[in-house]
Design a protein around this ligand. Structure first.
Ligand SMILES: [Zn+2]
Length: 313
């Protein structure tokens, strides 16, 4: 059995949006403390991620935006309303290593050097747009990894599953007319950022490669499992993915302050069961998880551990 890699770098905690911000450095302490018991488990390895190059990041973002982030961080940072917080000097290194962790994981998992990967990263990515940060996200880590697979590994069909409570509008936008990168999302609706209806299915070459499963406030484990079983599973059979990338936000948890969904740890365990089956049956066992949201620290740590253990099985 190839090892499952956990990618983490202390610089992720140096990215700090300001006192009292929900997307706080302590989120990664919560995740890494919860994963500490896996340190002596021979099925896992700890990996220090390499930063993504500006060219790698520019597969998804405009060079002008990438340069602007780097130059602002070098100049000491400052308020950035699109991020609902501030840039600090370390934001550049953190954001480029968050994207780099996903690229590295995609490459190693694609080549079957690793049996899977969990990227414990900040800042998160799925709202980030081509030329702007959005909603706590600087660079779209999962999108950068998916495009790397198509450009550098010759992937013909990549599957992104996003179960963050917020719709991943940045990821959907990036691939809306791209038939090779498939995007499935469960999210609360209506809710921030306002996108993610069932009518958004992609266009042109990407027609049918986007599938949204919006959930009303109050939905929980039963409803999210029904979306996975009744919508995701049959659609995956059509799309024939070669690798599964997971935008894992744990803010649909019942205790999360930014959500009215009611998913529990047991729900995340069951979701992992379905995604593990998809990875094994359809994707040659290839899967990469990247952290998105999750703002109740205890729920975040426990959910991340339960979900990862469910994927490893
Ligand atoms: Zn979220």
């Amino acid at each position: 059995m190839k090892p499952v890699a956990i990618l983490y770098d202390p610089v992720f905690k140096k990215h700090d949006l300001g006192a009292g911000h929900l997307e706080c450095p302590g989120r990664l302490d919560a995740v890494m403390n919860a994963l500490r018991e896996l340190e002596d488990d021979p099925r896992y390895i700890q990996v220090d991620p390499e930063p993504a190059s500006p060219e790698d990041i520019s597969r998804i973002h405009s060079s002008k935006y990438v340069d602007w982030i780097r130059q602002n961080c070098e100049a000491g940072g400052g308020p950035y309303p699109a991020l609902e917080g501030i840039l600090v000097p370390e934001t550049w290194e953190a954001a480029s290593k968050a994207a780099g962790a996903v690229i590295q994981s995609c490459g190693m998992v694609w080549d079957k050097e690793w049996g899977g990967a969990f990227c414990a990263v900040r800042p998160p990515g799925h709202h980030a747009l081509k030329s702007s940060a959005m909603g706590f996200c600087v660079f779209n880590n999962v999108a950068i990894g998916a495009k790397y697979l198509v450009d550098e590994k010759g992937a013909e069909s990549v599957l992104i599953v996003d179960f963050d409570v917020h719709h991943g509008n940045g990821t959907q936008d990036a691939f809306y007319s791209d038939g090779k990168i498939n995007y499935f999302s469960t999210h609360q609706f209506p809710h921030y950022p306002g996108t993610g209806t069932v009518h958004e299915r992609g266009e042109g070459e990407g027609e049918g490669a986007t599938l949204n499963a919006p959930l009303e406030a109050g939905c929980g484990d039963a409803e999210i499992m029904a979306a996975f079983e009744d919508k995701l599973v049959p659609w995956v059979a059509e799309r024939q993915p070669e690798i599964l990338l997971i935008s894992a936000g744990f803010d649909a948890h019942v205790d999360d302050p930014l959500s009215d969904l009611r998913v529990t740890g047991e729900g995340y365990r069951r979701m992992a069961g379905i995604l593990k089956q998809i990875a094994e049956d359809r994707c040659g066992g290839r899967w990469v998880i990247t952290l998105e949201g999750g703002y109740n620290l205890q729920a975040l740590g426990e959910s991340a551990r339960v979900f990862l253990e469910g994927m490893v099985g």
